[in-house]
Write a protein that binds this ligand. Structure first.
Ligand SMILES: NC(=O)c1ccc[n+]([C@@H]2O[C@H](COP(=O)([O-])OP(=O)(O)OC[C@H]3O[C@@H](n4cnc5c(N)ncnc54)[C@H](O)[C@@H]3O)[C@@H](O)[C@H]2O)c1
Length: 250
């Protein structure tokens, strides 16, 4: 898809790698001015931890001072799916729960609250949240992540209701399994029976493969584009059919 985002300023969180990097690259390829940020920045990228309210305020102030506007916010930063996060609920701790919720759900709230002010003043803006299919249909052993992403799904709808009258559209993309380096490291971890794990993971996906990060970014581009001007409060699954129904033989 080709879109003209000339003159639009976009902020992407968690953009040093994976899906966030692909989103930042695709928005820039479509002529947006992109501020790619991360907690662990890559190169000259600004450092922005979505759990740090002072850093969020400072970043927004810098963007407004330099560019005078913020048109697109992509809340992508996320944690909570690595091998160490796969916890039986009986073994999960308060500390783990709070850490995942703080980044994955409260981070979206904090960033959106900060971005909404200038967007409301401009009577225009797009917020795109990266949720997950597990926010719609849960997986086992990831209760904190699943709860956080379900929260992102309804926070998206709630913000769409509140911000729509101010000209701000709020949507989410819900990716299925996406082949980032983090994901590959996990699949390829020597501790796993890789073929069996890969087979189990992919067996319920009608398309039979994981997404490439750029395929998730394309959906974000659509939700940031002028063409989606009447779409708000929508959760766009990009999941190879994961949530379409029960895909295994019975
Ligand atoms: N990869 C998948 O299969 C998949 C599936 C569904 C949803 N998602 C979601 O997509 C988003 C991106 O995931 P990914 O797979 O690219 O992960 P990733 O681990 O490759 O990248 C996540 C990025 O977020 C950054 N980050 C982590 N905590 C942060 C914080 N507090 N503040 C700012 N940045 C922070 C990391 O440094 C990293 O660069 C996440 O919200 C994730 O939940 C991923």
């Amino acid at each position: 898809m080709k879109v003209d985002l000339t003159g639009r300023v976009a902020l992407v969180t968690g953009a040093a790698r994976g899906i966030g990097r692909a989103i930042a690259e695709l928005l820039a390829e479509n002529a947006a001015t992109v501020i790619a940020t991360d907690r662990d920045p890559d190169g000259a990228m600004p450092r922005l931890d979505v759990t740090d309210q002072a850093a969020i305020d400072a970043t927004l102030a810098q963007i407004l001072a330099r560019h005078g506007r913020l048109d697109i916010l992509v809340n992508n930063a996320g944690i909570g799916t690595g091998p160490a996060d796969r916890l039986d609920i009986a073994a999960a701790t308060d500390a783990h729960w709070h850490r995942v919720l703080d980044v994955d759900l409260t981070g979206v709230f904090r960033m959106s609250r900060a971005a909404a002010a200038p967007m409301m003043a401009a009577k225009s803006g797009r917020i795109v949240n990266i949720a997950s299919v597990v926010g719609l249909v849960p997986l086992r052993l990831q209760s904190a992540y699943v709860a956080a992403k379900a929260g992102v799904v309804n926070l998206t709808r709630s913000m769409a209701l509140e911000l729509g009258p101010h000209g701000i559209l709020v949507n989410a993309v819900a990716p299925g399994a996406t082949a980032t380096d983090t994901w590959r490291d996990w699949i390829d971890d020597a501790a796993n029976d890789q073929q069996a794990l890969r087979g189990r993971l992919l067996s319920h996906i009608p398309l039979g493969r994981a997404a490439e990060p750029r395929e998730i970014a394309q959906a974000v581009l659509f939700l940031a584009a002028p063409a989606s001007s009447y779409v708000t409060g929508h959760i766009l699954t990009v999941d190879g059919g994961w949530t379409a129904g029960y895909a295994r033989d019975f």
